[in-house]
Design a protein around this ligand. Structure first.
Ligand SMILES: [Zn+2]
Length: 88
């Protein structure tokens, strides 16, 4: 998506860190099968709750789970009420 810029536009750029589609899937799986059960390392360690790749603590340490999305926000100065969000 591209937008024609005018001289009154202000462009803000930022980036957000998001889980990859694959990591989203394993997070969902962890939430479905392990989250409510909680840690059971006191019975058998390490437990599925802890070692599952979708565990948020594991994903936080694994760079391959993350992707960075650049966000460009353009604010039209001639009309401050109108804001246009563009995702490149
Ligand atoms: Zn555990």
């Amino acid at each position: 998506m591209s937008v024609r810029l005018s001289s009154n536009d202000i462009v803000f750029r930022s980036s957000v860190r998001e889980l990859t589609a694959e990591a989203e899937e394993s997070r969902a799986e962890w939430e479905r099968f392990h989250k409510d059960k909680g840690c059971s390392c006191h019975v058998v360690a390490p437990c599925g709750f802890c070692v599952h790749e979708g565990n948020p603590a594991n994903q936080a340490e694994d760079e391959s789970c993350w992707t960075t999305r650049e966000i460009t926000r353009i604010v039209r100065h001639d009309n401050p009420i109108r804001r246009i969000n563009c995702y490149f």
